[in-house]
Design a binder for this molecule. Structure first.
Ligand code: NAP
Length: 302
């Protein structure tokens, strides 16, 4: 028995040509492939498993911190990168670091909170790289503030950049992902603040918890196409975002003391797990979040 999914894609140009059978088996009407075939086709030579070399990846927030480290880590395994950031100089610097590793890389100033420009920007990214089969949403702001003093502009900006943009961009990725192939994958950056609450970060916690919800929903929608969607939940990472917190006396020391590995992470230590989740090595992982926090959330403090 087959269930047609005519309404599975409301996005113009993304009408599905697939059929979902009961039990979740998907048949591509054009190729006759199933989602099981797609998973097996991911498992190629070691070089392919390490990251679909030659297939482009879009990295938002790529001008700094985790986004920059991710773009460079992907370039190291031969993946062309489109680097988006609101900071054009930072994006260009990252793109040039990637080009130095021998891949095509393009920088673009894209404010991910502006939904009206996303479709065109995604199309431009795919055209500039020649293909687009990966996406990492690393653009983000900390949106600090206790609920008592909630600034609605900060709330809106935090939710729009950290959360809404992830879903809007994914909406327009279906077209280039279909062209790139069934190994295409998405990694959204949540946070341990998406798993637990922090009194100082009401909007940020909401956005990062929301990212996990969007990831789980998208994972089901994208699975119909043979694509995977996952999230990483970093603990504290040494990037410009944490600099204001590190300026507070004792903050960093207390954090390191509470962390089983006794330190905070480098951006590269988040980028490598992201690269793994984008690669064929993670071909059966979708709808999952990977906590990368040096053991911090494994600790129960009494
Ligand atoms: P970061 O160094 O500040 O990088 C974030 C980048 O996003 C910056 O270049 C920032 O530009 C850019 N950005 C901000 N608003 C944007 C917009 N509207 N459109 C496009 N780009 C925009 O911070 P990070 O630590 O690497 O953070 C990356 C992601 O990891 C974020 O989602 C963050 O929440 C998450 N994360 C970080 C940590 C941590 O400890 N650092 C922990 C858990 C999760 P500007 O600098 O010009 O604003």
């Amino acid at each position: 028995m087959q269930i047609s999914r005519p309404d599975a894609s409301p996005t113009p140009g993304c009408a599905p040509d697939r059929t979902l059978e009961t039990g979740g088996r998907v048949v591509w009407e054009t190729s006759g492939m199933t989602n099981a075939d797609a998973a097996v086709s991911d498992i190629g030579p070691t070089s392919d498993r390490l990251g679909m070399p030659g297939t482009g990846v879009l990295v938002t927030g790529g001008g700094s911190g985790i986004g920059r480290a991710t773009a460079v880590a992907l370039a190291e395994v031969g993946r062309p990168v489109a680097v988006w950031d609101i900071d054009g100089a930072g994006a260009e610097e990252t793109a040039s670091m990637c080009r130095a590793l021998g891949v095509i890389a393009h920088a673009a100033v894209v404010d991910v909170s502006d939904s009206s420009i996303i479709e065109e920007a995604v199309t431009a990214a795919a055209e500039s790289l020649g293909s687009l089969g990966g996406f990492v949403h690393a653009a983000g702001i900390s949106g600090a503030g206790v609920v008592d003093d909630l600034d609605e502009e900060v709330w809106d900006a935090t939710l729009n950049i950290n959360l809404r943009a992830a879903a809007i961009i994914c909406r327009y990725l279906l077209v280039p992902f279909r062209a790139a192939g069934p190994g295409s994958a998405v990694v959204l950056i949540s946070s341990i603040e998406g798993l637990f609450g922090s009194v100082m970060l009401t909007a940020y916690c909401a956005s990062k918890g929301g990212v996990l919800g969007v990831m789980r929903s998208l994972a089901q929608r994208y699975a119909i196409e043979g694509f995977r969607v996952n999230a990483v939940c970093p603990g504290a990472v040494a990037t410009p975002m944490l600099e204001p917190a590190f300026a507070l006396p004792g903050f960093r020391e207390q954090l390191e003391e509470r962390t089983p590995l006794q330190r905070i992470s480098t951006p590269d230590e988040i980028a490598r797990p992201i690269r793994f989740l984008l690669s064929g090595e993670a071909s059966f992982i979708t709808g999952a979040h990977l906590t990368v926090d040096g053991g911090l959330t494994a600790v129960t403090a009494i």
